[in-house]
Design a protein around this ligand. Structure first.
Ligand SMILES: Cc1cc2nc3c(=O)[nH]c(=O)nc-3n(C[C@H](O)[C@H](O)[C@H](O)COP(=O)(O)O)c2cc1C
Length: 367
């Protein structure tokens, strides 16, 4: 999906056209201290009160990657079982008509939760409900507290939607990251050959073009955009333009400029630059095309992201291809996946960090 948002250059061009650019541009670059404070409240370590402390576990779970930052989850505790249920009031029906990304997002959260449980003295077994409740269920049993290096990476991980530096990754690091991402029910395909990345890029551009030219897709994306600090800190969800290095703008101006400058050409140019500057792509493939396996791919993806982060690598999702049915099928063919579904695509490489995204308070997601 085109989550790269309006570019800085476009905004400046638009603002200059409007005649008030220079002050607007200069003021707009700063992320106000209130955003920094909100980030500090969200991205911090907390202490568990015991091995089964739901607010503690949910705190770490909510720091996981999730589609459009909708945070489509509700956490509950029954005895020693934590359930993560979908929150269907936070769906994105255009980009995710079958709730695939929603369940993958629950898988990402489950993995963080399991790592936090380990630190608090519980071993976690992650499963998917068998009774049609369609939720992730995590059973906790007593264990010696263990601080996994992936747990340490939770606070550092972020989707970094910038250009990377293209440096090759040491083979041992890549092997370790791929090894950490192993989850039953999902498999990982790494693409680092430049010619193959070009073939994937061709499909990505086709998918991106069809999304950007679909008014329903653009409207849905627009509804989750947060154009300035107060919009972002009020909702604490969605895609804040500051996270991609873009200026903070009054919402009316942000909407206006988005309408003017969000085009297939500008998004495709950016996508090409970003994919070509990445060291490789990681594709997560579910063994079966159902909710339980989408959760498994989400878990694998989150583990990959954490292991990469622990080794100083950045990542960002480039999912356009798998969101458009026609390109998803062509992509499965290109990778020789047969009937299996490619779930998510991450690009990875080296880059400086960007501002972090926000999360809603844990109290809002516990039932
Ligand atoms: C299933 C899934 C699909 C996603 N698709 C995209 C995507 O297509 N483009 C993108 O830029 N980010 C995508 N994301 C990343 C989310 O937007 C991101 O995780 C969220 O905004 C929170 O930001 P963070 O990862 O920096 O914590 C996806 C994440 C998940 C879990």
């Amino acid at each position: 999906m085109g989550q790269g948002l309006i570019t800085r250059r476009n905004v400046m061009r638009g603002a200059l056209g409007a005649g008030s650019a220079v002050t607007l541009g200069a003021a707009a670059y700063a992320l106000g201290p209130s955003y920094g404070e909100a980030v500090g409240q969200v991205w911090r370590h907390v202490e568990p009160s015991g091995p089964v402390d739901l607010p503690y576990l949910a705190h770490y779970a909510t720091l996981a990657a999730n589609s459009h930052n909708t945070q489509p989850w509700r956490f509950s505790l029954e005895g020693r079982r934590v359930a993560i249920a979908p929150d269907f009031s936070r769906v994105t029906p255009v980009v995710d008509p079958d709730h695939h990304h929603l369940y993958a997002s629950l898988g990402c959260a489950a993995e963080n939760l399991a790592l936090a449980a380990g630190t608090a003295g519980s071993a976690a077994a992650i499963g998917f409900s068998q009774d049609g409740a369609d939720r992730v269920e995590i059973d906790l049993v007593d264990a010696a507290p263990a601080r996994d290096p992936l747990f340490e990476a939770i606070l550092e991980r972020q989707s970094t939607r910038s250009d990377y530096d293209g440096t090759e990754i040491p083979a041992a690091d890549l092997r370790a990251v791929a090894g950490a991402a192993q989850v039953e029910g999902s498999s990982l395909v790494l693409v680092s050959d430049k010619a193959k990345i070009e073939q994937v890029l061709e499909l990505a551009i086709a998918a991106n073009t069809s999304q950007v030219e679909d008014p329903a897709f653009v409207d849905e994306l627009r509804a989750w955009l947060r154009f300035n600090v107060s919009q972002a800190t009020n909702s604490r969800d969605g895609l804040y333009s500051g996270c991609t290095g873009n200026p903070s703008l009054p919402p009316w101006l942000g909407q206006l400029l988005f309408g003017f400058f969000f085009s297939a050409k500008s998004e495709n140019d950016k996508l090409a630059r970003q994919m070509r500057s990445s060291s490789g792509l990681a594709v997560f493939v579910s063994e079966r095309d159902d909710k339980a396996h989408w959760v498994a791919s989400g878990r694998s993806c989150q583990r990959f992201a954490l292991a990469a982060t622990a080794r100083g690598l950045r990542h960002a999702f480039v999912n356009q291809i798998v969101e458009v049915e026609a390109t998803r099928r062509q992509f499965a063919e290109l990778l020789g996946l047969g009937d299996r579904r490619p779930d998510m695509i991450l690009r990875f490489g080296y880059a400086q960090p960007m501002p972090k995204s926000l999360r809603r308070p844990v109290a809002k997601v516990i039932v």
